[in-house]
Design a protein around this ligand. Structure first.
Ligand SMILES: Nc1ncnc2c1ncn2[C@@H]1O[C@H](COP(=O)(O)OP(=O)(O)OP(=O)(O)O)[C@@H](O)[C@H]1O
Length: 317
């Protein structure tokens, strides 16, 4: 367990008779980005609040360790090891970005000179030096998020919880935030990210867990998750009508498009499945002119697992 930044066994939380988390297991290796996905109200923020010691899990939960510390026995040690940003931002709009940073340095008991050095370095790193002397209320959404992360880094946390860090940001600010998150991990920090953007999880996360009805409906890399839902297919195009007809007969369970001489076969896109198709064509002496593989995107996975098929699709790529 020592190389896990976060390890939770049977995480449970109920409010009255409403069960929000019903036995969630999490294992997040150090120095990786883990993304928790789920529809609104699935319990993502509740999980973040528990893991960051803001609220207690139900006593029926199993062992929960964050940064190597036991949540029940040593929450203080966890607080010293983590940073939390996102929906409960620490930014005070009435004071300047620099003052927010210095306040944070004071909270971490840094000596004055050291605090000023750390604040200046982080403001520079997050491209906020020019705005440092302006009230944070005048900052754009992207600048506020950057300041929020910069403030979190004053304490040099090894684990950072980012609760929907790019919600409401424009594409440029979102990409800038993605770069910041990648840089954090390059520096050895572990990131626990909740997001409502599947594209974001796909871009950033080493592993993704889908939360649904209080449990994890699936967990894996983006590629692994995409493979577990139906919808993947292989498409073969032909220029020779005879080859097209022969292939259609040889391959069996297919969808035909006679106008453009294209065949579509359900497939998980794995090497084994592709080999089976090509072997079949080889045996018949048929050569396709074009072969393309479509694997489901993370939207397909999300809607398949959470049953929200009526929701509009967002473009994942
Ligand atoms: N203090 C509370 N008392 C009662 N119910 C609560 C409390 N906090 C959260 N809940 C309920 O728990 C469920 C999960 O909430 P949570 O905020 O964790 O979801 P979420 O996945 O973060 O959703 P969102 O994406 O909308 O922020 C919701 O149904 C919410 O109403």
């Amino acid at each position: 367990m020592t190389d896990l930044a976060i390890a939770a066994n049977g995480l449970r939380k109920s409010y009255g008779d409403k069960t929000v988390l019903d036995g969630v297991d999490l294992a997040v290796p150090e120095g990786t980005i883990f993304s928790l996905l789920g529809p609104n109200g699935a319990g993502k923020t509740t999980a973040v609040k528990i893991l960051s010691t803001l609220i207690s899990p139900d006593p029926t939960s199993g062992e929960i360790r964050v940064g190597g510390h036991d949540l029940a026995a040593d929450p203080q040690a966890i607080r010293a090891a983590i940073g939390v940003t996102g929906q409960f931002s620490a930014v005070d709009g009435l004071i300047t970005g620099e003052e927010n940073m210095l306040l944070m340095a004071d909270l971490h008991h840094l000596p004055k000179r050291e605090g000023r050095r750390v604040a200046a370095g982080l403001l520079e790193r997050f491209d906020l030096t020019d705005a440092a002397k302006k009230p944070a209320s005048t900052y754009s959404g992207g600048m506020k998020r950057r300041l929020d992360i910069a403030m979190t880094l004053v304490g040099d946390p090894r684990i950072i919880f980012l609760d929907e860090p790019t919600t409401g940001l424009d594409p440029r600010a979102r990409h800038s935030m993605w770069r910041i998150i990648r840089d954090l991990v390059t520096g050895g920090v572990t990131v626990f990210l909740t997001t409502q953007y599947l594209e974001e999880a796909d871009e950033l996360a080493d592993r993704i867990a889908v939360l649904h009805n209080g449990t994890l409906a699936a967990e894996g890399t983006a590629e692994e998750l995409k493979r577990i839902v139906p919808g993947g297919h292989v498409r073969l195009r032909f220029t020779d009508p005879a080859a097209y007809r022969n292939a259609a007969t040889a391959l069996g369970d297919i969808t035909r498009d006679d106008d453009i001489l294209a065949l579509q076969l359900p497939s998980d896109g794995s090497q084994r499945a592709l080999r089976a198709i090509l072997d079949r064509l080889d045996t018949e002496g048929i050569e396709a002119d074009e072969l393309t593989v479509h694997t489901p995107d993370l939207d397909d996975v999300f809607f398949a697992l959470t049953g929200n098929t009526d929701q509009p699709k967002e473009t994942a790529r």
